[in-house]
Write a protein that binds this ligand. Structure first.
Ligand code: CU
Ligand code: CU
Length: 491
């Protein structure tokens, strides 16, 4: 329905007035007024977990120094470095250090990426605390420290820390600091949730896409209303990479750097859980039949959504943004925008391998897949259109595999039998490189002139379409076919 013109005009007037009021508003004077009791009975106010008059917004100014920290890049009892989330530490004050570094990380087999980090890892360590806890945070910008033996990280630069779990002045606490500088600030956690932290230095998009993010879990004051057997964190994020234009290599493998064109057009080439392509397929999370599993899920983005799903079970509870007051029951997926979090809980009904995916399957095909191993026969984690194939050991073949799975899977398999077109296993033994390259590049020309190509059309009846591949893409396909012919078993 269209609103009438007068209503629209009135709405605009209200908006303009509101904006004007915002511009003039003074900082709120303490004590902060309670929310107006519109529909809540006065007696309920005493139990209100969101009574802002009882929250703690007091925080001294951030402290900046030129003292350089030289110890570990991450420290604090409240930190967990991997998917396994450590139990809550009882101390009410939680001291945390997350230094920034520049580092080469491996985001897929053979894909070395020039990353920027918190705590020297991507994602940064997860922080676990509870409502009422005081976070005392310190960070040294150590982006100018060369990693041993590596001279190919990005130039040192300004970095900062932005905690979505905090309520503080961004201009004070989230300011950028130079290499060699240290910033400290503190705040009290007032709301429960699964929150993102990230670098907020412009261009924020580049700093997040380079790896500067992590999760803060804030439990409700009284803990969660359910008991679980397992707790894991799953951080989804995108990588936008291209081979280093200056062709630098590390351990014989090409270095990959941020691809700004992909970044700005929201076209990642990897979408991953916990920083690695198919990472939790290679190292599954553990559980047992009958157990209740709690996953703390965060979609970092920076630009795409996640439709998080676990194959073979249903989310008994979903707490949006990780707050049990935002509860859904019996959900199949949870849709997370960039920087949205959730806690999902489910039962493992029987022995099996439960596949975690982003149900946007284009994202899953870029690596957003993981497994919960709950006993039973092993077997391939095949699901929907994700073929249960091993991952090639070099970047060119990995790129070829990704391209194959997005463009060719409808008509071809590799080792899975003939489809509309032939099974391509053994193709590098049937044809030489030159022939394959010409065939991939211009099949219509080959069909006019080449006897082998003519014979194939005779047999299969359908002409292979020209995919408009670049020379680089043709090389990637060949690398993948060669890898497959050496590694994929004949059915
Ligand atoms: Cu940064
Ligand atoms: Cu943010």
């Amino acid at each position: 329905m269209n609103h009438t013109a007068p209503t629209y005009a009135a709405g605009l007037a209200v908006l303009v007035l509101t904006l004007a009021a915002c511009g003039e508003r003074e900082p709120p004077a303490r004590p902060i007024a309670p929310a107006p009791a519109v529909s809540t009975p006065a007696t309920a106010a005493a139990d209100d977990a969101y009574d802002v008059t009882k929250m703690d917004f007091k925080t001294p100014p951030a402290v900046l120094s030129s003292e350089r920290h030289t110890g570990p890049f991450a420290s604090g009892d409240a930190l967990s470095l991997g998917a396994l989330l450590k139990p809550l530490q009882p101390a009410q004050v939680k001291e945390i250090r997350l230094d920034t570094t520049h580092k080469i990380i491996e985001i897929a087999p053979g894909v070395k990426f020039s990353a920027w980090t918190f705590g020297d890892q991507v994602p940064g360590p997860a922080v676990r605390a509870r409502v009422g806890d005081r976070i005392k945070f310190t960070m040294t910008n150590r982006s100018d420290e060369p990693a041993p033996g590596v001279q190919m990280t990005a130039a040192p630069m300004m970095h900062s820390m932005d905690f979505h779990a905090a309520m503080v002045s961004p201009q004070d606490k989230y300011r950028s600091i130079a290499p060699g500088q240290t910033i400290s600030f503190e705040f009290t956690l007032n709301y429960p949730g699964v929150f993102m932290y990230h670098c907020g230095t412009p261009m924020v998009l580049e700093h997040i896409a380079s790896g500067m993010y992590g999760m803060v879990v804030v439990e409700p004051r009284g803990g969660y209303p359910t008991k679980v057997d397992r707790e894991y964190t799953v951080v989804q994020s995108e990588f936008y990479t291209r081979p280093d234009p200056t062709k630098r290599k590390l351990d014989g493998q090409p270095l990959h750097v941020l691809d700004n064109d992909r970044l700005r057009s929201k076209q990642p080439n990897y979408t991953v859980f916990n920083g690695r392509y198919n990472g939790m397929v290679d190292v599954p999370l553990q559980a047992k039949p009958g157990e209740r599993v709690r996953l703390f899920v965060l979609n970092v983005g920076p630009s795409n959504t996640s439709s998080f799903h676990v194959v073979g079970t249903i989310f008994d509870r979903v707490w949006m943004d990780g707050n049990p007051d935002n509860q859904f029951r019996g959900m199949q997926t949870v849709l997370l925008g960039s920087s949205s979090g959730a806690i999902v809980e489910f039962i493992i009904p029987e022995a099996g391998s439960y596949v975690m995916v982003d149900h946007h399957f284009a994202n899953a095909a870029q690596g957003a897949v993981g497994l919960i191993a709950a006993g039973g026969p092993g077997g391939d984690p095949e699901h929907h259109n994700i073929p249960a194939t091993a991952t090639p050991d070099n970047a060119q073949a990995v790129a070829g595999k990704l391209a194959f799975e997005s463009k060719c899977l409808a008509c071809h398999s590799i080792g899975g039998g003939d489809k509309l077109g032939p099974d391509l296993l053994g193709t590098t033994q049937r044809h030489d490189d030159l022939w394959l390259a010409r065939w991939l590049k211009s099949p219509e020309e080959m069909l006019k002139t080449d006897a082998k190509a003519k014979a194939m059309l005779e047999k299969w009846k359908i002409a292979m379409p020209n995919q408009g591949l670049s020379d680089e893409e043709v090389k990637q396909y060949l690398a993948y076919f060669k890898w497959a012919d050496a590694h994929v078993k004949k059915p």
